[in-house]
Design a protein around this ligand. Structure first.
Ligand code: NAD
Length: 460
């Protein structure tokens, strides 16, 4: 059920603090339009920090709140921990007083709008962990005031905004659509994407009431070029899950096609490239060592969990997850084959992994398949080292720390196998292949290489 019936016509309430003719909603619109509004962003990670910067650049005063004091200290010193935000972009916003970071939630009392960008991981049982959302909302409830707009951006299951966030805010006695405004607007950030950033990526917005959507549109109009309203918060929540499920399922499909091509003795990359010449009705996805990052491996499970509560099994999601989750094991099988060709066992073999980030040209190793591959190889007794220009050290299986080694001729020659897990553009693949004894390329990064060493390359 939507709450449209609660929409309050402009002018039906008498706010205590500010008294413009149109009520608290109008006051908020006016303050956003004039640039007087103060926006708080809760959670200054990959999503929250770029958004906070975009609001600050638009002329609003931004209060960034994070529970991690070291992140706050770095941001305050003008040092960005997010690759997509350059220090040179952050520093002027801090020095000019447009963006202030802190751990104290009491600043929410001065905020006209609050955007929640906290993590939404899975529990060990693969059920949603919305405890970060709940903590953020409880902090807001303590400072909720008339005319305030609250927007949830964290990816979550359909219903979270109205079933979890709304009751906590209304427990204060204030009413949505009349006293405060509540919306869901999924983040679509694509880390490392040089073309599409916060400003030029269209923003989906769903409000609890029409007045809520109007307030959220007024907020995002400051920072985003195109806003796409949808009819409800649930629809907005579902849009994000469709987008990420679409990727997960298509990657799962193409990973299975890779497994099938292997059995058929076919080169899956050739097949995809040829299919990709079809100018309609086909969109190429590429196989790889498995899914990673904070979104694609996790978000679809938010949807399947919700559907389970409604006695429905989300079959595509489960199957894609099973296939994608099996890819690290498949890669290890290929490592065994490649070493076998050299009459070597995995135990004692020196394997150099290139790239541990979950995708090209980023340093994020969350859920990266490289971590699984390293663990599987180490468990079998391989001597594993890695290089990644973006990740100086990693913790595998919650404990063992590995540090990136220099990528030079000596390191390549000293390895029985070089395993390309992440196809960073900074790598000189010609050099790598030339000086390696054997290369297993899980990303087709060495495509197009001619000359010395080509015969030493195996592909997924
Ligand atoms: N990273 C992405 O590419 C991406 C893309 C789209 C959507 N999302 C979604 O956005 C949300 C945030 O993801 P992220 O990658 O930015 O996570 P992140 O871990 O990089 O950042 C979240 C931040 O929130 C902070 N935090 C946690 N609890 C808090 C609290 N109660 N109060 C204040 N701060 C708190 C953490 O310390 C952390 O700095 C998730 O729901 C994610 O699924 C992420």
């Amino acid at each position: 059920m939507t709450r449209k019936s609660r929409a309050t016509p402009a002018g039906t309430m008498a706010p205590k603090a500010r008294k413009p003719a149109g009520g608290p909603g109008q006051a908020l619109d006016d303050r956003l339009a004039s640039g007087e509004a103060v926006v708080a962003v809760i959670g200054l990670g990959y999503v929250g920090l770029p958004l906070a910067c975009e609001f600050a650049r638009s002329g609003l005063r931004v209060l960034g709140i994070d529970v991690d004091a070291s992140k706050v200290a770095d941001i305050t010193a003008g040092r960005s921990h997010v690759q997509d935000v350059a220090d040179s972009d952050l520093r002027p916003l801090i020095e000019g007083g447009r963006l202030r970071a802190g751990t104290d939630v009491s600043v929410l009392a001065e905020a006209d709008a609050v955007v929640i960008c906290v993590p939404t991981p899975l529990r060990k049982t693969r059920d949603p962990d919305i405890s970060y959302i709940v903590a953020a909302v409880d902090a807001i409830a303590g400072h909720l005031h008339r005319g305030m707009l609250i927007v949830l951006e964290s990816t979550t299951y359909p219903g979270t905004t109205e079933e979890v966030v709304l009751p906590r805010l209304e427990a204060t006695g204030l009413r949505v659509g009349r006293d405060f405004f509540l919306a869901f607007s999924p983040e679509r950030v694509d880390p490392g994407n040089a073309r599409f950033k916060t400003r030029n990526t269209p923003k989906i917005v769903g409000g609890v009431t029409p007045r809520c959507i109007r307030a959220a549109k007024a907020l995002y109009a400051r920072a985003v070029d195109q806003i796409v309203p949808v009819s409800s918060t649930r629809a907005a929540e579902m849009v994000k899950l469709l987008e990420n499920t679409f990727r997960s399922v298509n990657i799962g499909l193409v990973n299975e096609v890779a497994l099938m091509c292997d059995r058929l003795g076919l080169n899956v990359w050739e097949v995809i490239d040829a299919a990709g010449t079809k100018p309609f009705g086909f969109m190429p996805f590429y196989p790889g060592p498995g899914l990673g990052g904070h979104c694609i491996p996790i978000d679809p499970h938010y949807l399947s969990w919700k559907l389970r509560t409604l006695n429905y099994q989300a079959r595509f999601i489960e199957l894609a997850s099973e296939i994608n989750g099996s890819m690290p094991q498949y890669v290890v099988g290929k490592v065994v084959d490649a070493l076998n060709d050299q009459r070597k066992s995995v135990r004692g073999a020196r394997v150099l992994i290139l790239g541990v980030a979950y995708k090209r040209d980023v340093g994020d190793v969350r859920e990266s398949p490289a971590l699984d591959v390293i663990k599987l190889l180490a468990d079998r007794g391989a001597e594993v080292r890695y290089n990644d220009p973006y990740a100086a050290s990693i913790a595998v299986d919650g404990g063992t720390i590995y540090r990136s080694v220099p990528l030079d001729r000596k390191a390549l020659l000293a390895s029985d196998l070089v395993l390309i897990i992440t196809d960073h553009s900074a790598y000189d693949y010609r050099f790598i292949v030339k000086h390696s004894r054997s290369v297993l390329d899980t990303r087709n990064a060495t495509r197009g290489l001619r000359g010395e060493g080509r015969e030493r390359i195996r592909r997924l």
